[in-house]
Structure formats: C-alpha cells, structure tokens
Design a protein. Sequence first.
Length: 478
Amino acid sequence: MAKKQKAANESYEEMKAAWEKRKEQAAEAFLRGKAAQKRNDLDTAVWEFFHASQLSVDNKEHHRAFANALLKRGLKPMEKKDTAKAEELYQKANKTGELIRLDLRLEASLLGHLGAAYKLRTEFVCATITTPEGEALNKLLLEADYPPMLCNAGDEYYFYKGGPKNREKAYEYFEKAAALGYEPAVKRIRELRQREKEEVEEAIAAKEFAKQNPPLKGKEKKQAEEALAQFLRSSLVRKATRIVCEEHPSQTKPPPARKQIFTSHIGGHPYFEEGGQWPGYVDKEDNQTVPYGFILQVFQDEADSVALPKGIKLLQLFYDWSEEKGHIVLYRELHKKNAVVFMKNLMRYGFLKYKAIKLENMDMIPDYYDAEKAAPETETLSEKVHPGKGEYVYERLCKKFAFTMPREDTYLGGYMANMDNSWSPTIDDKNLVNLFQIYLASDGEGPFRWGRWDDAMLYAYYNVKTKKVKSEFVINYD
C-alpha cells in the first residue's frame, strides 16, 4: 500500500509540473505574439496568441488577444495559388486529432478558406458566439458573405431578437445567402413565409375562439381556481430539497474531520463506519483500482423533512467526472458509535475541498406540458378557468402558491430538469422517484470542480419497489 501511495503522490506531482509547464509555454507564446504584433507581423501574432489560448483555456487575456489579432489580420479572399493548399489542409483537418485539426483549420483560414474558418469557430475550445474568438470569427465570416454564417445571423435576428425590424434584418441575411446560390437559405425563406402565414391564421382563430369562450369571472373563477389548486396539491406536488453551497471567506477553516463526517456537506471527509471501503472502479488498461472522488453527503433530519426516499438516513455520492461514472451509497441504518475518519491521503481520492451546505425544502411541480402527460385533468381544469389560456392559468397559480418548477439546480426529490429534453422516467414509472440531480455549470462555476465549457447534469432515480438506484449523466454540448 505504501508503494501505491508513493506512486499516486508522484503521479500528482507530475500532473502539477505538466500544468505549470503549460502555463509557462502559454506565457511565452503570448509574449512572442505581442512582439510580433508590434512589428506588424499579424500572421505570427495570430498563431502565437492562438497557441497561448490553447495552452491556457482559463486565461481570458490570451483569448482576447487572439480575437483582436485575428480581426486586425482579417480573412483575406483566397488567392488562386493558395486554393489547392487550403483545400488540402481543410480535408486533412477533417481526418486528424483535435489539437492538430484546430491548427490546420487556422492555417487554411489564413489562406482564405472560409469553410475552415467556420469549422474553427464551431470547434475551437471556447469559440461560441459569446466569446471573443467566436465574435471575431462571426464578424469576419459575415464581412466575407459566407452563406452559412449569413444564415446563422438570420436565425439570430429572426428567432432570438424578434420584432418586425429584426425580422426584416433577418430576411436581408437570408436573401443575400440565397442570391449566392445557397439552397438552405432559399428553403429557410420558404419555411418562414409559410410559418408567418400560419401565425396569422392561428391569431384569427384564437381571436374567434376567445370571443365564443370567455374566461370565468367572480365566484365561478374563484371556485374553478380552488379546484385546480387542490388537484395540483394532491396529484402533482412533490417534496424537493435544494442543496445550497454556503460560500465562506477563504480564511475560514473547515470543521475538524471528526465533525465533518456527521454533517451534510460537499467535499471534505465523508462518513464511514469501521470496515468501510472507499468506492472505486477497475481500470481495464492496467487492472488497477481507481478511487472515485467524494462529491457530497446528505443526512436525513430528525423530522424526516429532507426529500430522501422513505427509510434512507444518509445519501453519499462518489463520482469521477472525466470517466462519467460513479457510486451512490444509501445508508438505511447508521451506527454512529462505529463511525471513523478515512485517514489516508485524500489527494489520491479525488479530494474536493470542504464546503458547507444548507438544505431548503420546497414544493415542486412539473411544467404545464409534463403535467398534462402525468395527469390529463390538469389541462381540463386549467382550460375551464380561461379557455385557450390553460398554460397561463397553471403558471399563475403555481406562482401564487409558491410551487417551484424544475430548473437547472442541485436538489433532492421533486422532478428533474430536462437538460436533454427527454421525458422524465419518474413520471412514466410510478415506482421511480427522483433521488437527486446535480447541476454542473460551465466554465468551472459552482462547487463541484466540473471545469468544462459545457453544462452537465447528473440524475439519479430510486426504485421504491426494488430499492435499486439508476443514474444518468447528460452533458449539454454547446
């Protein structure tokens, strides 16, 4: 065991040294880029800032420098002598690994290959519309009248900005792309015109329907709303417990390990009883057991108010985000006299810094469309209050009675927030309850050390009949 511990410590030190080396290389590339920019060598500046961005994904200054250098340099029209080389680089990029692919696409872009620039915009480590790189490439591709980018801009104005003036602007982009012979733009114009025609027809029909089916008023309205609220409480409301991380000043020391193990918290030291084993999995390549990181634990309180399945006294989660797998521990009985602190080097065990949490109980209810599927009476009772406006009636009553709808958050029980737009199995299967959902925010925000540019959600369901747990990990790739 001592040899394994030594090897684990050495591995950690190697990773730390490699990370420091990357930071040094990024800093050197950044300085070379600044020097190139001063002598107006924009090609070299773009390359150096690009590599600095790749080496230090969390350094915003490097990303801004790359974007600014790219804007100054621009995407010049492809010269005849570069056409074959640019296309060769583009095709080669489609068949190679990520880091080399990005380099090849940038090289092809600088030769004037707009398809390569568009792919680079989509795939660069943080090049979305909201980042400096994404905005720079968007601007350059629009200036070059690249049809797919024109259609993207049209979608942005039409669907997200909205309004008559923005719709006109959207059509300008679509028509420009269509004039360049881009068939998807022609199809988009046709689809949107048809959609607008249908919207007008639906508005006329809705107006006629409202005239023939006026909403309830006075005493009748109040009685119908009370009937709906009573139905929601009895049929759809589920208890949920939100897990809120309590941020403390950096100088605040965490409680001693012996106190931590008896409290609900994130990271730090978990509760163990004598003879307990730290969960892990076997790596198939070297046949070694790899420990999961300890993520959180939640105790049921004396009043049984925490939204844990009946009979569960303690929930623990151990997980490895990079492998997308982990282990959930449920204690039905606690023998606190036999509790022990796991004293081994926690760095090897994916140690997550201790964070205190508070538990907030709430009444949760699904959104209107999920409620319709779970209990069809929802639509009937909502529409009775105000025909044609059942969704608005439902949402207004939820607000009035402080019912919470599922959201991207971390909580126990309740209903899950559908990050991947799938149907909740806890509504389809009456034996399943939502054990918990853990929300992992992008860009390393939040308490769980996720550290990626994509949001993710870990769902876990508990089968009250079999007493088994099923989990699902969903990444929202942007």
